[in-house]
Design a binder for this molecule. Sequence first.
Ligand SMILES: Cc1cc2nc3c(=O)[nH]c(=O)nc-3n(C[C@H](O)[C@H](O)[C@H](O)COP(=O)(O)O)c2cc1C
Length: 194
Amino acid sequence: MKPNKKLLPEIRDRYSPRKFKEKKIEKEKIDLILEAARWAPSGFNNQPWRYIVVDKKSKNRKELEDSLMPGNGWAKTAPLLLVCFTNKKFQRSGNKIPYHIYDSALSVMNLTIEAENQGLKSHQMGGFFGKKVKEALSVPDDYDILVVIAVGYEDKELWLIQKMGEGIRNKLFKPRQRKPIEEIAFYDDFKIAQ
Ligand SMILES: Cc1cc2nc3c(=O)[nH]c(=O)nc-3n(C[C@H](O)[C@H](O)[C@H](O)COP(=O)(O)O)c2cc1C
C-alpha cells in the first residue's frame, strides 16, 4: 500500500531515516525550516513552540545525545538535532484540550515538510529523558519538551547499511504501513472498523 502518486511529493516521499551523512546543513536551509515552523497556525495565534538548534559543534551536543533513549543511538549521526518545546501556559480553550501541544506539533509538521522541500530528511523522536534534556539545555519550567528531531542528508550507502545491526536494517527495509483510509476517515458519522 504505497501513498497515492498524486500527493504533494514532500508528503508522499517523506519518511524517517536512520542514517545521515556527515555533510553539514547549509545555514540558509536551517533558517528556512525554522521559518516554516514559525508560520504554522496556532490557537489565538499563541505560537507556543520554541526550538533549540544543536549541531555537532554545540557545547550541549554530547549531553543531548546522552539524553536520548538507547534505541535512538542512530540519531548521533545527524548533523542537526532540533528540540521542540511547547509553552504550557497556553492552555486556554473552551474544551480542555491542551491546544499548545497541537499548535507546536503543527509547527513541527511545517518544519518537516520544508525540510523535504530542501532535500533534507528528518526523524522525530519521543524517546528521550525529558529531565536530562531540560537540564542540558537550560529550559525554563513553563516549557515541556515535545520532541527531538534529527535532521540531515540521508546516507544510503549500502556498506554503511550492511554494518548496521539487524534490528535497524529490518526497520529500514520494511515497507511503510498506514491504516486503510476507511479506518481513519468517514462520511456522515463515526464508523467503528469491523
Ligand atoms: C511523536 C513521535 C515520536 C517518535 N519517537 C520516535 C523514537 O523515539 N524513535 C524512533 O526511532 N522513531 C520515532 N518516531 C518515528 C516514528 O516511528 C515514525 O514516524 C513512524 O513509524 C512512521 O514512519 P515514517 O515517519 O517513516 O513514515 C516518532 C515519531 C513521532 C511523530
